[in-house]
Write a protein that binds this ligand. Structure first.
Ligand SMILES: NC(=O)c1ccc[n+]([C@@H]2O[C@H](COP(=O)([O-])OP(=O)(O)OC[C@H]3O[C@@H](n4cnc5c(N)ncnc54)[C@H](O)[C@@H]3O)[C@@H](O)[C@H]2O)c1
Length: 716
């Protein structure tokens, strides 16, 4: 051993071939934290002074190669002054440059995942051997930045500018066959053969069969394009990427600009270009939001695992109701391997639930994600039922019948008498208090909320709601089941609407108030979509269901009369009265007709304005800024209330709940992160401009205190 650190070790064999092994102590994966980077620098320095070195292999002792830079260190990095951040990046560049300048051939033996900084190390080597099971890529744009350790310079030189733009802007993890096809790796072998194959490549160089000098020269030189070629490549890439990324996510377009400039520069200048663009992104608000979200996601997953630690897994589940939600729960459970009984009182509902699940399984087969045999097995794991026959063997039940307190209470009491004493009973209610629903149960300790989002197979969030009498064991089992279904559970305390709907309904209330002032809902939708929401509020209400929203609104008004009760009839009440229930019956704010694929397509129909006319009580001129403020202020204040009242335990959980549950724009990082970035004082000043609209627009006393003291929800 010629170097032995805590993350990097170097040994040289009798033939003079060194192996640099990455093996970060105390961690299950290798990542480029400061320790690893510094040790790699030392190791390379040692290698520079080895006499008669014949070749160097970069390998990993773990299942992964390197998962990337240590994102927990990003926040500190991004806070550095520009010059200091530039020095840090230059330091990393100097290490990778040293590797690519070593006096002998170098090979990366990619046994497992190599992403971000790990991929940039791979790119600094002369050759790359990849395990057939491994994946490689540069996912930095997903965090609002782009590769900063030479990736934007080396990748285009290796695989061509157009491919590199696709790899970097898309941020995908590439499978070995795609990586080989694009020329990113020289060989693909089984994982167990990666090191041996890397050694073989070095032997080929030593035998004069491969010329690594020629390869280095080629990859260092500026790339040669005619202006027309360059224009054709970059104009088309810009068109595709720009349309996909949208104006709120600047990193992909910045990456294209850097690549375009860098390919015509020599290596040193191109690396400088990369640094300049990187600093601009790293210092911007979007990188801050997206990095915070990444860290929050890790935090909530860890928290969930703690909750579920002592739970025995759910082996057999059941769902009551085969409607939109019940059918979705059954599909998701079966597709992730937990068999489930789906009970309804109407045979036609069961048929519909099964056929919807079947459609989803077929889609998976068509996309090559599932074999026909596996889809068939999963489909058979959904057992339709009209009676409680097998319920005594069930570990957990999800109740997903209509949103009506009386019906829910009676169904819950009935099913409780059919299941084992230790079975867990949960409700997928959207708004009704769990403590209230538990009132007539014999074992309220075994009952909690398990709130899925629509469509269940797509939306990552499950709110697990703790009622007054819910036991830790019930929470543990429900969290474990949500995880087994591939979902991200967040445990919240009980109140009407819990976290997500409690925050969503004030947002809808903001919309209804504007409708009363004569706003055009199409303009409001377009404005909010431009602001970053996946759909505007009118369209969202149609998707949720006007009837569902109407009933939920009543529960919310009863729970929080001081701010959620409204006088007179609003737009949702009016549509409910007209039985325009939204997408489900083809008419709501918009009308719906099936498109070529049979999915409901939204159509604007003039008649709606006349139908909504009775709810308009005044006429206001609303600018885009007014619309955004009037929608966002009530949502943000209600999120703060949920945190202040301990409905949700942390800012990270609140923000992730909104992002995973209702598609809050990720570039803003969630409601509380948005408040931090705007500054609480600026937010309170803005809210005060709209104080005439009522209590939903009134910041809490604690918010004002925090604003005075310059406090934030995420700390410094
Ligand atoms: N639709 C959404 O977007 C959404 C999102 C989250 C939560 N939820 C909640 O999920 C629940 C179900 O909503 P949905 O949209 O699936 O409703 P839905 O009307 O599509 O389905 C309800 C189903 O329950 C069945 N049912 C009624 N009484 C029953 C009983 N005693 N036993 C078994 N089945 C019975 C009905 O036949 C129907 O098939 C509600 O509490 C709702 O608030 C809905």
């Amino acid at each position: 051993m010629i170097f032995e650190g805590q993350a990097v070790k170097v040994a040289v064999d009798d033939a003079g071939v060194a192996t640099v092994t990455l093996d970060l102590v105390g961690e299950s994966v290798n990542k480029f934290n400061s320790l690893t980077l510094n040790e790699l620098a030392e190791a390379v320095n040692v290698l520079k002074h080895v006499d008669d070195l014949q070749g160097v292999i970069f390998a990993s002792a773990k299942d992964v190669f390197v998962v990337g830079a240590d994102i927990t260190e990003f926040t500190t990095w991004f806070k550095l002054e520009d010059d200091d951040l530039s020095d840090k990046l230059r330091h990393a560049h100097s290490i990778f440059n040293d590797i690519s300048n070593l006096c002998c051939p170098t090979v990366a033996a990619i046994n497992g995942i190599a992403l971000g900084g790990g991929m940039e190390l791979v790119l600094a080597c002369d050759y790359r051997v990849m395990a057939d099971s491994a994946k490689i890529g540069l996912p930095e744009t997903q965090l609002g930045i782009y590769p900063g350790w030479g990736g934007t310079v080396r990748l285009p030189r290796l695989i061509g500018a157009d491919n590199a733009c696709e790899w970097i802007c898309g941020g995908a993890q590439k499978r070995s066959e795609d990586a080989f096809k694009d020329g990113a790796v020289d060989a693909v072998v089984p994982a167990a053969k990666v090191n041996e194959s890397a050694r073989h490549l070095i032997q080929q160089v030593l035998d004069g069969k491969l010329d690594y000098h020629a390869r280095r020269d080629e990859l260092r030189a500026p790339m040669v394009f005619t202006p027309i070629e360059k224009m054709m490549i970059f104009e088309s890439v810009r068109g595709v990427v720009g349309a996909k990324a949208g104006k709120h996510y600047p990193a992909p377009m910045a990456a294209i600009k850097t690549i375009e400039k860098g390919i015509s520069q020599d290596m040193e200048k191109a690396l400088d270009t990369e640094i300049k663009g990187f600093i601009k992104l790293a210092k911007g608000p979007v990188a801050k939001s997206l990095v915070t979200l990444f860290l929050s996601d890790q935090q909530i997953k860890k928290t969930a695992s703690k909750y579920a630690k002592n739970a025995t897994p759910v082996k057999q589940a059941a769902v009551l109701g085969a409607g939109i939600m019940g059918g979705g729960v059954a599909y998701q459970s079966a597709s992730k391997g937990t068999p489930i009984i789906m009970k309804d009182i109407r045979p036609e509902a069961l048929e519909l639930g099964l056929s919807e699940a079947n459609k989803l399984f077929n889609g998976q087969v068509e996309r090559g994600r599932l074999t026909t045999a596996k889809a068939f097995k999963a489909m058979n794991a959904i057992v339709p039922a009209l009676s409680y026959g097998e319920f005594e063997h069930v570990d957990l039940v999800v109740e997903a019948v209509v949103e009506n307190v009386k019906i829910k209470k009676s169904v819950l009491a009935e099913v409780e008498s059919k299941i084992a004493d230790d079975a867990i009973l949960t409700s997928n209610t959207s708004t009704i208090s769990i403590t209230e629903l538990a009132k007539d149960l014999k074992r309220p300790e075994n009952f909690c909320g398990m709130h899925f989002f629509n469509p269940v197979h797509r939306m990552p969030l499950v709110e697990v709601i703790r009622g007054e009498k819910t036991s830790d064991a019930a929470i543990a089992k429900t969290v474990a089941y949500a995880q087994a279904m591939g979902k991200t559970p967040i445990v919240v305390n009980d109140c009407p609407g819990f976290l997500v709907n409690r925050v969503l309904f004030p947002y809808f209330a903001g919309f209804s108030l504007m409708m009363q002032e004569g706003a055009d809902f199409q303009v409001v939708d377009k404005t909010m979509e431009k602001f970053g929401w996946p759909m505007g509020p009118a369209y969202l209400l149609d998707v949720v269901g006007i009837d569902t929203a109407y009933h939920a609104d009543q529960v919310m008004a009863e729970g929080f009369p001081d701010r959620m009760k409204h006088e007179g009839s609003n737009a949702v009440d009016r549509l409910f009265e007209l039985e325009r229930f939204g997408q489900k019956n083809g008419k709501g704010f918009y009308s719906y007709a099936p498109d070529r694929k049979g999915k409901p397509k939204k159509i604007f129909n003039d008649e709606i304005n006349a139908l909504l006319a009775p709810v308009v009580t005044s006429q206001s001129e609303l600018t885009e800024d007014d619309i955004v403020a009037r929608m966002m202020i009530p949502l943000c204040i209600e999120t703060v209330r949920c945190l202040e009242e301990n409905i949700v335990a942390s800012a990270a959980e609140a923000d992730m709940g909104l992002i995973y549950g209702i598609g809050f724009p990720p570039y803003l990082g969630g409601a509380l992160h948005y408040l931090d970035q705007m500054g609480l004082q600026a937010f309170c000043d803005l809210a005060d401009k709209y104080s005439h609209l009522g209590k939903l627009y009134e910041p809490t006393a604690k918010m004002r205190d925090m604003a005075k003291n310059n406090n934030t929800y995420y700390g410094a």
